[in-house]
Design a protein around this ligand. Structure first.
Ligand SMILES: Nc1nc2c(c(=O)[nH]1)N[C@H]1C(S)=C(S)[C@@H](COP(=O)(O)O)O[C@H]1N2
Ligand SMILES: [Mo]
Length: 198
């Protein structure tokens, strides 16, 4: 008997045991925030940075913009290919605040205290961004309006919706799903779904 992981053969682009969908499922814990007044929204960047900054919505929208096309892989088994995201690159945010050498992890803080964690190298990858637009349309509230992280090389739970804080940290701080049985890193190509996966 074989109790190990059953790996389907997959071609290079879609990770093992994922099914491609053209839908855009909505998945999260907690409530969708609806903002009446964007003046009440801000993005705080804090922790191991040279200068802690709080960006208004307008300031975020006026930072240098990038566009990036990538694939989404959700740990529950769906993948959505060729998403075009527009927003601010994660590296641009780091450039604005400066990052101390002591920073080793990034903790993304969303509404309602929801968090997720990743190593700083992963946050600063060229492909990591803070997006406000998906396939030419402003993010819908349920998909993270006004701003969500997009970390395409990790399972999609690392892509925090409704981001309000970016914390550069010396220490790793497992977030909501990481404390509820999911893998701490979450590489879809290595199928790091649950805490016990290698
Ligand atoms: N703030 C917040 N962001 C979150 C989540 C959440 O519960 N709260 N869930 C994650 C999970 S598990 C997934 S699969 C994606 C889903 O994004 P979507 O609803 O836009 O498809 O959001 C991620 N970002
Ligand atoms: Mo997910």
């Amino acid at each position: 008997m074989y109790f190990g992981k059953i790996r389907k053969q997959t071609s290079g682009r879609v990770p093992p045991n994922q099914n491609v969908t053209t839908a855009f499922p909505v998945l999260h814990y907690g409530n969708v925030p609806y903002y009446k007044d964007m003046q009440e929204w801000n993005l705080q960047v804090f922790g191991e940075v040279e200068t802690e900054l709080s960006f208004s919505h307008e300031e975020v929208m006026n930072l240098p913009q990038t566009e990036y096309k990538n694939d989404i892989h959700c740990v529950t088994g769906w993948s959505k290919l060729d998403n075009v995201w527009k927003g601010v690159s994660a590296a641009e945010i780091a450039k604005q605040t400066g990052v101390k050498e002591t920073a080793q992890f990034v903790i993304l803080h969303a509404e309602e205290g929801w968090t997720t964690n990743l190593p700083i190298e992963d946050f600063l990858k060229d492909t990591s961004l803070l997006a406000h637009t998906h396939n030419g349309e402003l993010l819908a509230p349920e998909h993270g309006f006004p701003l969500r992280a997009v970390i395409p090389h990790l399972y999609f739970w690392k892509s925090a919706k409704w981001v309000r804080g970016i914390e550069f940290s010396k220490m790793d701080k497992p977030g909501f799903w990481e404390n509820n049985g999911y893998h701490n890193y979450g590489d879809p190509f290595r199928e790091q779904r649950f805490s016990w996966d290698d």
